[in-house]
Design a protein. Structure first.
Length: 438
């Protein structure tokens, strides 16, 4: 058994005992009361999933295995002392639950490089898609095409014992994550650079190699890509991409199908597509105002105009968070450190001062603060990745780290198929009022 897989099994096996004990001895313990309002507003706040990789507190923000994003930037291994943490280290942390040593991270990086060969038919599927197709459409199709290589699917049909499902799931997950940078970069060069593809460089780290294959080979872009891949990697299990991956995986679908389902959810405007919406809205703002250096007063007027038209201000608000997203803050700090003056970055910074008071005055908005999408596009655009229709694919590559490590844990725990109860609207009306809907 390879090094990382063995470390994972040693650590996670102890949690399997706790999982089974909870299920067997404490299954009848009531942990919360569910209101009809929670059911009818997207099941918000209902504890219904087990997700070890990260936890999202409304007032504190995201923690990965107990560590905040500032702590990750301090503790996770880096290629240089002034750089950003390597995503390989975050994957190790989410999977195993420990801050890795530098050697652990290099072990994962080498393992991914060794597993990164993408089958030719996946590229053929990408090439066959019309150039008018959305990048996330092509990305999802390529992931499904990769399912022909599923180790888990073949092992399942050979009749393996269910206690070994996790083992084959692990190999699939490692293979899939390893190949995502090449798949994403191939789509990028296919759509925007007339199929002038760039070969991978196995000596580079996972995120650095993605930037290289996209054609952005400066150390500045690689540094940004490492940060981007870390902060977008996971956001507990209830968000659409994580939940969809878990849900489809609970049917024992292979990780390619499960992850593709998550990516189709990520493509929605209320989820990962929002990073595209933000940049599109800002360019619309610049065009309407007539300058790329608007004043705060002009920004405020345009924000109010957007709201008066019945539209939302993209990049602001979150289903769970009730404070500024820590992922927004860390990107702002990154920009303040490395970018001295940029009109787009300046607009994003000024919107941070302008938007929350306006949204707060409305009264019905529970969170007027920015989320991760409010900043990410401006950074990518500044460093030359200006094809913002592609931004959600980058989000998807990063999100694989969290949702797929969770999938391995799901199979080790032996989690059953997810099947919540549902009732007609009249059933809820009768429970609430004693009278059914007519």
């Amino acid at each position: 058994m390879e090094y990382i897989k063995n470390r994972f099994f040693e650590k996670a096996s102890k949690c399997v005992v706790e999982y089974n004990k909870l299920k067997k001895e404490y299954g009848d313990v009531v942990i919360d009361n569910v209101t009809i309002g929670q059911v009818l507003t997207g099941m918000k706040g209902i504890p219904a999933l087990v997700t070890d990789t990260s936890d999202l507190d409304p007032n504190e923000g995201i923690r990965f295995r107990g560590f905040s994003i500032p702590e990750l930037r301090e503790k996770l291994p880096k290629l240089s002392s002034g750089g950003e943490p390597l995503p390989e280290g975050l994957f190790y942390l989410m999977l195993i639950g420990e801050i890795p040593e530098y050697e652990d991270v290099m072990n994962i990086s080498k393992a991914w490089a060794a597993r990164s060969q993408v089958p030719q038919h996946v590229f053929d599927v990408i090439d066959a898609m019309p150039r008018t197709a959305k990048p996330m459409t092509i990305f999802s199709a390529a992931i499904v095409a990769e399912a022909t290589e599923s180790v888990f699917q073949k092992a399942y049909h050979s009749g393996i014992n269910k206690k070994y499902y996790w083992d084959f799931m692990y190999d699939d997950v490692m293979n899939l994550i390893a190949r995502l940078p090449h798949i994403a970069a191939y789509i990028y060069r296919h759509l925007y650079f007339k199929d002038k593809h760039i070969d991978p460089e196995p000596r580079l780290d996972w995120a650095g190699n993605l930037a290289h294959m996209m054609g952005h080979d400066s150390e500045e872009v690689k540094r940004l890509m490492r940060l981007y891949m870390v902060i977008h990697a996971d956001h507990e299990g209830g968000n659409v991409s994580a939940h969809a991956t878990h849900l489809v995986g609970s049917a024992l679908s292979n990780p390619h199908y499960s992850y593709a389902a998550g990516m189709l959810g990520l493509a929605g405007p209320l989820h990962g597509y929002a990073n595209q919406d933000v940049i599109h809205w800002i360019f619309e703002l610049i065009e309407n105002i007539g300058t790329d250096t608007p004043t705060k007063e002009q920004l405020a007027d345009y924000v109010k105009k957007t709201l008066n038209e019945g539209r939302v201000v993209p990049g602001y608000g979150h289903a769970v968070l009730r404070k500024t997203d820590p992922r927004f803050i860390v990107q702002m700090e990154f920009a303040n450190k490395y970018i001295k003056d940029d009109n787009l970055i300046n607009i994003v910074n000024n919107l941070y001062e302008v938007v929350p008071p306006i949204l707060g005055d409305i009264g019905k908005i529970s969170n007027p603060w920015p989320n991760v999408d409010a900043y990410s596009g401006a950074l990518l655009y500044h460093y030359g990745i200006k094809e913002y229709s592609f931004y959600t694919v980058l989000f998807g590559v990063s999100r694989a780290l969290g949702v797929l490590s969770s999938l391995v844990l799901d199979r080790l725990y032996g989690m059953p198929i997810e099947r919540p109860d549902s009732h007609p609207l009249g059933w809820y009306m009768e429970k609430a009022t004693g009278k059914s809907c007519k």
